[in-house]
Design a protein around this ligand. Structure first.
Ligand code: NAP
Length: 494
């Protein structure tokens, strides 16, 4: 199987925040890989912009260092020649989003927008600069109706701020020019979710409350908040992960089949899911905050409160909840969602638990056996379906569960290694003008509309997160949440 690489059309990409962490770790390595894959036309230009007083030469060295840090030695060795060619695509301009300086030079460098080059402005800066950047681009006449902007997360802090930002962006750009990025949507398996559901006859007839007992979505991280403490302490797991990444996964799992794989058709269906979410009862949510495991000494792995430098912080680094979707397909099937930092392993998994067979012809001794579909997003992307078979050998009909395992790495071999990562795919989608994997303004607002009352409830009740040990699976109350429903979480495995 050989993947086809279709070059994108000529473009100018301006990365505001081109010297920042995200640009160095994700955006520029993604662009370099697409360059190596032959997907960027010769005339494509990439322009870094930030306040630092760098020249293009200094920026190229900064990017060279970043690529050497971020890419494996073997990958760099394989693409040594391409590295120099890639760096010559790069330029840099010192620009302050909050000041007029630098904007005239940007206008001169870019020239007037033309129909034969796509123009993209990537907002890889702190969220307080998203609106000022949109204003500056407009004030300096840098965009036409083909220009696209990419807006990083977080998109708002609550419904009011998301609405205000949507409103500012909408006063200068049409919705089809705004790409709100959630890199989870760029993952290969996330798209495979749609392929599995809507490309096969097998699952869709069973994909409802009649056959599905419950669904678990877990996004577990083994790292803490170190390096992002000031942002994170104002945000917490609910805003940082649940409102966007887990919500998007929930939408893709639960949505109705769109009429076609088209950006608005897909996003219309996702929006219906969010709007059908019931308000979550306070006793169906558990918040946690990591503490040092007994015997562990403070160091890089401090407790949450030590890391953020606030001994009284009540920000959650973990949240688990039970959600219900009020529609015909899902009435009665709970969705359990959990995410947290400093957990036992880094693992993003969706588990679809099917119901038991209504009657066992093998008698009570055969035990209970239910099918389980596991969709692993990271690491080791792949899909496993647990099915029940007869245990081999004599001695009657004993049943066991075995996995039908499709590791993408095994099934697709080298092709999966060459598959673009999330940022590669999403950036090329922006250049192609495909918004399917980007959040629409109304989706983001609906997600905040569901999240806000939960957070407001914590504030009004003076809720304090439950402590959980670093390296554990989260607070005990999260297990209780499941046990009350006679269920349990699947283990968090790397
Ligand atoms: P960062 O490391 O702090 O970088 C911020 C960038 O913005 C720097 O290049 C900085 O350079 C520039 N900048 C700051 N103030 C500016 C101004 N007034 N005008 C022009 N440029 C300015 O932040 P980051 O981690 O890269 O994050 C960038 C955005 O991506 C944030 O919205 C963040 O939430 C989002 N994000 C980041 C990650 C991640 O893994 N890092 C993941 C998901 C989303 P100067 O100081 O020289 O101006």
């Amino acid at each position: 199987m050989v993947s086809r690489v279709i070059p994108v059309q000529a473009f100018d990409l301006v990365i505001f925040g081109g010297t920042g962490d995200l640009a160095q770790r994700k955006i520029l390595p993604a662009l370099f890989r697409r360059h190596c894959a032959g997907q960027l036309p010769d005339s494509a230009r990439i322009l870094g912009a930030a306040r630092a007083d760098l020249g293009s030469g200094g920026y190229r060295e900064l990017v060279r260092d970043a690529l050497q840090r971020e890419l494996a030695d073997s990958e760099l060795a394989k693409h040594r020649i391409e590295l120099d060619a890639f760096l010559t695509r790069l330029d840099y301009l010192p620009i302050d989003a909050m000041d007029a300086a630098g904007w005239q030079a940007l206008a001169m460098t870019l020239g007037p927008p033309t129909s034969d080059r796509v123009r993209v402005f990537y907002f890889s800066v702190g969220p307080s600069l998203f609106a000022p950047l949109a204003e500056q681009i407009w004030a300096h006449d840098l965009a036409d109706d083909q220009t696209r902007i990419v807006v990083e997360k977080p998109f708002g802090h609550d419904l009011a701020s998301a609405k205000a930002l949507n409103c500012t962006l909408a006063s200068h750009f049409d919705e089809n020019q705004i790409y709100r990025i959630d890199h989870y949507l760029g993952k290969e398996t996330v798209q495979n979710l749609m392929a599995i559901r809507f490309g096969n006859m097998l699952f869709e007839p069973l994909w409802n409350s009649q056959y599905v007992d419950h669904i678990q979505i877990t996004v577990a991280e083994s790292l803490g908040v170190s390096g992002r403490e000031s942002y994170y302490d104002k945000s917490g797991a609910m805003r940082d992960m649940m409102q966007n990444h887990l919500m998007q996964l929930l939408c893709l799992i639960a949505m109705e089949p769109p009429a076609k794989f088209d950006p608005d058709a897909v996003r219309d269906e996702k929006l219906k899911v969010i709007r059908a979410l019931e308000t979550v009862e306070p006793h169906h949510i558990v918040r946690g905050q990591y503490v040092l495991t007994e015997g562990e000494t403070a160091g890089d792995d401090n407790s949450y409160r030590e890391t953020v430098g606030d001994p009284r912080s009540t920000t959650e680094s973990y949240v688990a909840l039970k959600a219900h979707i009020s529609n015909w397909r899902w009435a009665g099937t709970p969705f359990y969602l959990r995410t947290g930092k400093r957990l036992v392993a880094r693992s993003s998994v969706i588990n679809v638990f099917f119901k038991d067979a209504p009657h066992s012809i093998f008698g009570a001794d055969a035990g209970r056996h239910a099918n389980l579909l596991t969709i692993r997003l990271q690491p080791n992307e792949g899909i496993t379906l647990k099915v029940t078979i007869k245990e081999p050998g004599p001695g009657g009909m004993r049943l066991i569960d075995v996995p039908l395992d499709m590791s993408f790495a095994q099934a697709l071999g080298a092709d999966i290694d060459d598959a673009p990562d999330a940022y590669e795919r999403l950036i090329t989608d922006v250049i192609r003008g495909n918004q399917t994997l980007f959040m629409r303004g109304d989706e983001v607002e609906a997600a905040w509309g569901w999240t806000d009352p939960i957070i407001a409830g914590w504030t009004s009740r003076g809720d304090v997160p439950k402590p959980y040990d670093s390296g554990s699976t989260g607070p005990g109350d999260a297990d209780l949440l499941m046990r009350r429903d006679q269920r349990e979480w699947r283990g968090i495995n790397p």
